[in-house]
Each structure stands twice: as structure tokens, then as C-alpha cells.
Write a protein that binds this ligand. Sequence first.
Ligand code: NOJ
Length: 533
Amino acid sequence: MPAWLKNAVFYEIYPQSFCDSNADGIGDFNGIISKLDYIRDLGCNALWINPCFDSPFKDAGYDVRDYKKAAPRYGSNDDLVRLFEEAHQRGIKVLLDLVPGHTSEEHEWFRKSKEPVRNEYWDRYIWTDFCFKGTGNLGYPYVGGEADRAGTYLLNFFKCQPALNYGWLDADEDWKMSCDSEAAFATREAMKDVMRFWMDQGCDGFRVDMASSLVKGDDKKKTGTSRIWRNIREMMDRDYPECALISEWSDPKLALRAGFHCDFLLNQPGEAYSTLVRDYHNHTDRAIMSDPYFTGMEHTLPKYEDHSFFKMDSGSDIRRFMDDYLEVYEDTRKCGYISMITCNHDTVRPSFNMTQDELKLFYAFLFTMPGVPFLYYGDEIGMRYLSIPTKEGGYFRTGSRTPMQWDGSENHGFSKAEKENLYLPTDPAWDAPTVEAQSKDPDSLLNTVKSLLKLRSEHSDLQADPNLEILYVSRRDLPFVYKRGKRILAVNPSSEIVYANIGTPDRDLLWSIGSGTLKDGTITVGAQSFVIF
Ligand code: NOJ
């Protein structure tokens, strides 16, 4: 386990929209470099950059055409290496996004794999042995009629993303290769080669896309897929012990045992994506907002609906989240870390249904929980989810991918390009939040996040490892009180002062939003407050 994860706080950057240094309307590596001081001063010490490799961008870069080439629109490989170096000089780690489950249909491997005559890459993807064979009955989407090769091929996600071949757990038909086949091993080795390529140049590890999707026909425990990750983890432990592996798996019990250092707490993508398509076309935004996958961990900690725990007077029961969480936490705390997010490039921004005051309480909770937290760019100022047309396969997700709002100048300081040439429009609202405005306001969301992250960095009790213990939780009554190491923390999202008897000795306040005391065994927490003793 790389020791730096113990006090890591990640900042997720969607490179298209962060900072444009060359006025072409789209963000780039040099833009990110120019904002590294900002990220460090905010209190984040690690980055996750969404895929920044050569791609036709039919899924915003999750359709990789060349794993070893930076997308020219962001800069060159040398620029990316300079980004690693500049980040390291500031004590910031950089994780790239590894997409191991599929490539773009334009990847050289796939072009070769499509050819009618067997060649080196014929088995790099999953092909059936008949041009009219469907695989829908197996639960996998497929494409037919697009290749001269007389077979159909499996998809991992969109139509542009053919599934790489890591084999099948149970290869019960002739065309299915075993996950122990040479072809399956060759795919794994090819992916390790990609990882080595970037880690050798200074990258500090990977966020892994759809990490559980590799072996087809896998069992519930993901036996086949886990074997692959354990093999990859061995390579990392041996050759890159300081590099981190973080999964988009959303099942920490399996993912951390499969070798990941951290796993995101999201929800299972399967059903959600079909719901997404239906809802997007019906323009029923609300239904999407309540879809568990796209609201991240909040399936049990509802954040976007009016019953979100952190919404003032929602009356929501935090045990709906905590019961599940604690079970996973207890089961996995010796194996690795749970990662909670403010949101990500696939989910609706948390400001969608929360005020800045409510967000402060949510973030205070998020950044004082065990594990390794992630802040999505712009959430530190409460950037809004915008209702805008889709771009690069984003569909409704596009609304969470708009340009970072740095200041009050043209294009909010994101780019010097003409407005109509921007990758996506900026927030047109007169009161669009900006870094510049919030920096000047001591009470802003931005300054609250800074203060919280400073606190976390100065108090090891609030970092990844120290024990979490619940001191007071009730279905109806607030506050919610918990302990990290020696620290006692309490949150009260309601508009009334609340009390709880926790029977501990008197303590002074260490940090707070709002007010509170701990005296004579009673903890008192003011309205809309978060307190740490
Ligand atoms: C999950 C990524 O986060 C999402 O943006 C992408 O569309 C799919 N995986 C497919 O790679």
C-alpha cells in the first residue's frame, strides 16, 4: 500500500473543461499545469485525470485509439510528462484513467482483429464464430455486419467500444476462449505494458474504468476478473510500489481483495445505463437525478432528492447510508480504502439540489470519513449542473462537464477563445460561482473546503486509517455523532439546535461550521452545524 494514500485527497479533472492555455476552446495539459498551485493551495495532493489519450471522442475519451499517445488536443506526450514533473514538485501525485475493458473501434488492434484472415490481433477482442450469431441471450450486447470477418463481436459499453478479450470463466462454447487461454493472457500483458509505459514516465497509478468488466461469464465473486487484477497488483508491488490502483467497481469487498488500493462507492452500472437512455430521451431529468448509479453513493444517502440527509430539515435517516457503509467498512478496512466522491463526470453535480450551506455539511462529512476522498473539479465552488445538449457521448452527463469558472472575465477565465468555439458553454447565470469571488469571501464554500482539507492534513485522526465509531445515531433525532481516532464529530442539518447525551468528558471545539459544545456529557449542535471536538 503506497503510504501517501493515508492522507491523500484527490481532485478529479475532466481535461476538456479545466483550463485552456492555447485559446482553442478546449482544456489542455499546459492549462492544468498553470493551475497546479491552485490545486495544492486548495489542499488536494493527488489528481485523477479523465482519459487523455488519442481517441475519436465518441465517449469523451473512454474510447481509446492509442493508449500510448496523448490526445493532440491536450498536448504531446512530453507535455504530459512535464505535468507529472510539475505536479511532483508541488507534492501532487497524478493518476491517469486506464480503460482496460474496451478500446475504440478505431484502435489499431481492432482494425486488425476485424480482418477476414487470422493475424496477431484476431483474438484480442471477443468474436463469435458466425456472422449472424447474437449474444444478447448471454447478457452481452454485440455488433454484426460491420466487419469482413465472419463473426459478430461483443461490446463493453457504447457501440464504439468493442470488448477486449480476457476470456470467459466458463468457456462452454467453441468460440469462447477460456480466461486461462494464451489470448486472454496476451490481452492482460498488453494492458500491463500500457501501464508500465506511463508509470515509467512518472505517472503515479491509475483510476481503472469498469474494472469488474474484464472476464465474461464471470461468477458473482468475479473470480476470473479478480485473478487478473491480482496479477497486475503483483507487478505494481514489485516494480512500482509507490503507484496506486483505484477501481471503478463499486464493490469494495471484492475490489480491494482483487488487489485495488481503493474502490469508489458508487452503484452498479448495469441497470442504470438503460434507465439513463430512457430518461434522457423523455427529458425526465428528475428521474435521472434519483437514479442510484448517477447519484453515486447516495443511493442510501440521498443527496439530490428533497430527502437528502444534508438538506435542511429533510428528516432523512442517515442510517439508510450508515448501515450499508459500516458493513462494507468493517469487512474491508484491513484490505484497502473506500473512496467517496463529491460527484464525478458521470453524475449530477451535488449543487443540483443543495444550497451552499448544505454542501458545506456534506463536504465536512465526506472529508472526515475514513478512506480516500475525491473532489470533482468545480464542486469546491458549487458549480452548477447545466441543462445543455449532449457532447461526445455525454448525454445528460454533459451538464456536469462544463468549463471551470475561474473568474468574472470572458468565458470565466477558462479560455481566450471566442464563445462559440468553446468545448462546452460556461454557466450563463449572473451569479455563476467563481474561484475569484469565493476566494475573497471568508465564508464561501471554497474557503470552507480549504479549511476542511487543511484540518484533515494537520490531524491524522481525520485521515484514511483511524478508526470510525458511531457515538449517536437515531432514526428521528439529530445530531449524528461519530468518532475518528480521538476526535468527536457531529452534524446537524436541521434548523433547530439539537442535543445528545454521549457521556464523554468536556472538550473544546477544534473546528466548526456553525456552533456546538460538549459539556457534562451532552453534545449540543447548533442549527445547520458541523462540529469537531
Ligand atoms: C465509466 C466512465 O466513468 C464513463 O464515463 C464511461 O462512459 C464508461 N465507463 C465507459 O468507459
